[in-house]
Design a protein around this ligand. Structure first.
Ligand SMILES: NC(=O)C1=CN([C@@H]2O[C@H](COP(=O)(O)OP(=O)(O)OC[C@H]3O[C@@H](n4cnc5c(N)ncnc54)[C@H](O)[C@@H]3O)[C@@H](O)[C@H]2O)C=CC1
Ligand SMILES: O=C(O)C1=N[C@H](C(=O)O)C[C@H](O)C1
Length: 233
């Protein structure tokens, strides 16, 4: 498979390693100062760039008939527009705030727990995410997906960074050293706490999930999620 990397930073380089290990070819490495882009040899594009670059990278791929795996976070104000362009151009698209297989299981666990906790009013939910100090967006895309998973299965009305009232989920975002990504969902009452936590030990899991999604999307048309890729129902 011929892969084009949009964003050749920490994740772009890790994805390159995993893709080569799985016998794929990297046909383009596009970064901030790339001038002319040749889309003709690309079977699939994987975008891990920056919040202000993702939308243009992704939609140009659709316009050139290239399916896209998007991992960039912090650009979702334009998500609906990107999906509409994908549909119009009969292309294929997967966005995931987190491509790691473990986190996608964690997303399912989070929704299951939220459902069980939804009638227990004595518990207040909160979340914490910890990432490296170079991260541009807060809260993380993963924390937003976790919050949306709780909101969908409970009476919480929304989420807020830092403090919140009882009707919203408070998300704390910490930036510490080189932390690859740690997410905790906590339910606390006056008598006890229940906590679920995912800790990434490095970036390999994110990169592997993105390459697996790229392998899966070849020959498909439409908008998909990691749930489709991993057959999580
Ligand atoms: N969905 C997931 O599983 C994961 C998502 N991420 C997200 O992926 C993104 C990238 O993360 P990192 O690689 O750690 O960041 P990074 O800062 O190391 O790399 C980003 C790269 O994008 C480049 N870039 C800037 N403008 C560009 C443009 N117009 N076109 C192409 N490239 C451009 C930068 O020069 C840089 O090399 C972030 O939004 C991060 O939150 C990171 C890890 C996992
Ligand atoms: O910026 C990162 O590094 C990460 N970003 C994603 C997010 O915002 O959730 C995924 C992962 O946690 C690493």
């Amino acid at each position: 498979m011929n892969i084009a990397l949009f964003g050749y930073g920490k994740m772009g380089k890790m994805i390159e390693q995993i893709a080569l290990d799985r016998n794929h070819k990297i046909v383009a490495k596009i970064d901030v100062d790339t001038q002319d882009i040749d889309y003709s040899k690309m079977d699939v594009a994987i975008d891990f760039s920056m919040p202000n670059a993702a939308f243009e990278n992704i939609t140009k791929c659709f316009e050139n008939g290239v399916p896209v795996i998007s991992g960039t976070t912090g650009w979702l104000d334009k998500f609906e527009e990107a999906k509409a362009i994908c549909t119009e151009k009969q292309s294929a698209f997967i966005y995931a705030s987190n491509f790691s297989l473990g986190v996608n299981i964690f997303f399912e666990l989070n929704e299951y727990l939220a459902k069980m906790m939804s009638t227990l009013e004595q518990y207040q939910v909160s979340m914490e995410e910890i990432h490296h100090t170079q991260k541009l967006d807060a809260p993380s895309g993963t924390a937003i997906t976790l919050a949306e998973g709780v909101i969908k299965n409970s009476n919480y009305k929304g989420w807020k960074l830092d403090e919140s009232d009882e009707s919203e989920i408070a998300i704390k975002a910490k930036r510490i050293g080189n932390t690859p990504g740690t997410h905790t969902v906590d339910y606390t009452s006056s008598v006890d706490s229940i906590e679920i936590k995912h800790t990434a030990h490095n970036r390999e899991g994110f990169a592997l999930g993105a390459v697996i999604a790229a392998e899966w999307i070849i020959g498909k048309e439409g908008i998909f999620t990691m749930k489709d890729v991993l057959n999580l129902g």
